[in-house]
Design a protein around this ligand. Structure first.
Ligand SMILES: Cc1cc2nc3c(=O)[nH]c(=O)nc-3n(C[C@H](O)[C@H](O)[C@H](O)COP(=O)(O)O)c2cc1C
Length: 442
């Protein structure tokens, strides 16, 4: 006898939801794990869970049209003879040539330069397009050593030693065969068309003591001119920041779990690392404990989208932010105008699933010359510059409303949290209270 409940419709499980069921079926059918680009897609505590308080009787706001609000920042003031002077505290994060087309790298360089900020190479070396169009270029020194050469260390304006990324702390790079064109293969000294997995560990250092020696070597090669950044994925931000400072970093780049990637396992993106929001205060605490806050600069990345996010990161103690995903969207990635072509790839505009496949209809995450030619680097660079300008104006609007004549004068005291989680992670009071969970520790 079958039992049918006529009163309530069938209910699906929250644990085994449709996506989970489909993923189990996909894994069962193929026997391979899911690889994708982008950052965390599920909701984790983020900057949206914080609000600015703004001025009131006890705080005096600044007038937008008449009173200045300084946005400049200098990165690398600790040891480097030539620190990086930026007009805005928003930098372009490292994204590899290989993951991105030459035109996309050129567009990022053009946009960053117009806006008065820096851009960064990536796993795979420095291209002439980006060096030529980036007034300030940070050169990544990665475990893979793809495209690494001393000449390019000297051509750069700063060096970023990559220990890890927020999307995959503890994991290495991945570039699938579809994107290994002749040029990409040549730059990486590897065969064409074969999937590449970059190392997750640096071959020439295993811990902070060796890292110190490596940083000294990099300083010697570049005549102590270039700032040395150390980039870590958000995992143990207090200790990682302290160790990077001990090893001699001028700048610590801290990338939270919402940070984008060109390709990695979905399970990595969704289940490893800490939310960006949870990384900032421990890192700032480490800098303060060492007497290094504002002397070693802190750059935060992972899910930064707007001037509000920038202002919140700065209020929590960062000196600057870096953007990856948002910069790609600004230059034209995942534009709904390509929806028909995204559908043919089995995805949709806004899903960011196709970055590893190399067939990006927008011409950005591809090495296909015909697709890449669709991106006009001049127009795309202008779009990026516009977007950076808007973000800066937004951050200034907020800072002025909080009575600050410099973005860097924003402070935790200007914030409240909407949720208990955000209050605990950002160590700012829950809205309407003077309390946050875990006061006194993290
Ligand atoms: C397409 C793409 C390629 C990337 N390539 C690199 C890389 O080569 N090296 C690296 O350190 N990080 C890489 N990243 C991570 C970014 O540097 C940065 O940490 C991240 O994108 C920041 O998060 P957001 O995308 O939410 O802004 C890449 C990210 C994207 C989206």
């Amino acid at each position: 006898m079958s039992y049918h409940n006529p009163f309530t419709p069938p209910r699906k499980s929250a644990t085994f939801d449709d996506h989970t069921l489909a993923e189990i079926r996909r894994a069962a059918a193929t026997g391979i794990y899911d690889i994708r680009g982008g950052g965390t897609k599920r909701k984790v505590p983020h900057f949206d869970d914080l609000l600015f308080l703004g001025a009131s009787i006890s705080r005096y706001p600044l007038e937008g049209y008449r009173e200045k609000c300084d946005t400049s920042v200098v990165l690398g003031t600790r040891f480097a003879k030539k620190p990086i002077e930026l007009k805005i505290p928003i930098t372009i994060a490292g994204m590899s040539f290989g993951a991105l087309s030459g035109n996309a790298k050129e567009a990022l360089g053009r946009g960053a330069t117009l806006a008065g900020t820096s851009t960064t190479t990536g796993d795979g070396g420095m291209t002439d397009e980006e060096r030529g169009h980036s007034e300030k270029l940070v050169y990544q020194y990665l475990p893979s050593r793809y495209g690494m050469n001393p000449k390019d260390l000297r051509r750069a304006d700063a060096i970023e030693v990559v220990v890890g990324q927020g999307a995959k702390p503890g994991g290495g790079g991945m570039l699938l065969g579809q994107k290994i064109s002749d040029r990409v293969a040549q730059m990486r000294n590897l065969p064409m068309g074969i999937d590449q997995r970059s190392a997750c560990r640096h071959p020439d250092w295993t811990g902070p003591d060796d890292l110190e020696i490596k940083i000294l070597e990099l300083r010697e090669i570049t005549d102590w001119e270039k700032p040395i950044y150390v980039k870590v994925g958000g995992a143990r931000p207090y200790y990682d920041t302290a160790l990077a400072v001990k090893a001699g970093a001028d700048v610590v780049v801290l990338d939270g779990m919402q940070g984008g990637t060109a390709a990695t396992q979905d399970v990595f993106i969704e289940h490893v690392g800490m939310p960006t929001l949870a990384c900032i205060r421990p890192a700032v605490q480490a800098l303060q404990d060492l007497g290094m806050h504002r002397k070693v600069q802190l750059v935060i990345s992972g899910g930064i989208r707007s001037g509000a996010d920038v202002a919140k990161a700065l209020a929590l103690g960062a000196d600057a932010v870096a953007i990856g995903t948002a910069a790609l969207v600004a230059i034209g990635d995942n534009d709904p105008k390509w929806e028909e072509e995204y559908q043919k790839l089995g995805t949709t505009a806004g899903a960011y699933d196709d970055w590893h496949e190399g067939k990006d209809p927008a011409g950005i995450t591809t090495q296909d010359p015909e697709l890449a030619a669709r991106l006009d680097p001049v127009a795309a660079g202008r779009r990026l510059a516009n977007y950076l300008k808007v973000m800066t104006l937004e951050a200034q609007t907020i800072a002025r409303a909080c009575g600050k004549n410099k973005l860097h004068n924003l402070e935790p005291e200007d914030l409240c949290a909407l949720t208990m989680e955000a209050a605990a992670m950002a160590q700012v009071p829950l809205a309407g209270t003077s309390w946050y969970p875990g006061k006194g520790g993290f």
